[in-house]
Design a protein around this ligand. Sequence first.
Ligand code: NAD
Ligand code: UD1
Length: 338
Amino acid sequence: MNILLTGGAGYIGSHTAVVLVEAAHRVVLLDNLSNSRQEVLSNLERITGENIPFVKGDVRDTTLVRQVLEQHDIHAVIHFAGLKAVGESVQAPMDYYANNVQGTISLLQAMEDCGVRRLIFSSSATVYGIPQYLPIDEAHPTHPTNPYGRNKRHIEEMLGDIAGSDRTWRIVSLRYFNPVGAHDSGLIGEMPRGIPNNLMPYIVDVATGNLSHLSVFGNDYDTIDGTGVRDYIHVMDLAEGHRSALDYLDTRAPTMSLFNLGTGNGFSVLRMVQAFEAASGKKIPYRFAPRRPGDVAACYAKADKAAIELGWKATRTLEEMCASAWNYRSPSTKTKTP
Ligand code: NAD
Ligand code: UD1
């Protein structure tokens, strides 16, 4: 089937493109390259052996999206395109509403115009806000604590309204926990611009020598070793979750559904450091620092709903997550082969 991936040149979109091509789907990528690089496209070609159609453009350009949907006879859309830095969303909320909420409205308008009513949306565990209980299931209340999280929740509510207005829509919102790691080829992966905000890319930058040490934000949480606990999920497992969600859309999905995509396991910051050191052979110097404002002690998923209804489970280990993240960025693996 022909699937449009908005934001398809980005971190999660590019890995999902590989999984879908391998599952014999035809994918088309639409991306404005605001947070990704053109070279991802040639690397995708090296991995898949396919020439993947790419449209450089913005999801807010409704006319362009309509053209792409028609020209490529698109059956379903996976909507990854958006801005995703929590701190930045606090500084520049307007940019986030314009890009994320308005971008989704533009996409939905184009889809409605073209009669394409199959959508998978990239949501986030951040919609839950401060956990009221653990593990977090899909029925957990949603109280996002920042504009980025509110964007995601507003969009989910909008999608629910649209699905309710026309029973021919099939919409799945996937709430990702903490994606890390890279494709085994080392050709695609996570490469944030500037100093990373998130733990894994920060650790990798320390390993490469770009940064001197990791600041561990808080060592007095009520967790196994006092440091924050999160549900890290291998990006290839996450990508496979999208393939399962596509099958679900076409076979048994109600008009609108929500799923956590996580492993169900929580790992502390120090456990992550230890696992990365073991996988890379690199020492990661760290210092304890004050808690990061807005952080919670622990957050991990109850992943049963996706297992039961989508038939999907994360299978890759923490060691595989760390080894693949390092393989992507390690200077000693410069010559990569798919
Ligand atoms: P990413 O930044 O690597 O990918 C997003 C892509 O969208 C980028 O290539 C960017 O150039 C493109 N883009 C942004 N705005 C666009 C627009 N208006 N029009 C066209 N293209 C546009 O991010 P990612 O990590 O791959 O995340 C993908 C999605 O998953 C995002 O919606 C993000 O909010 C969500 N998500 C990510 C995480 C995470 O930790 N990576 C966690 C939860 C949810
Ligand atoms: C962050 C986002 C969240 C998003 C998620 C997706 C914030 C506040 N939240 O959450 O909205 O859905 O990423 O991946 O940005 N840590 C350090 N030192 C660092 C970086 C992180 O100790 O330099 C710790 C954090 O305190 C936390 C853990 O590592 O305990 C994971 O942090 P991070 O990777 O930023 O993810 P989240 O906090 O879960």
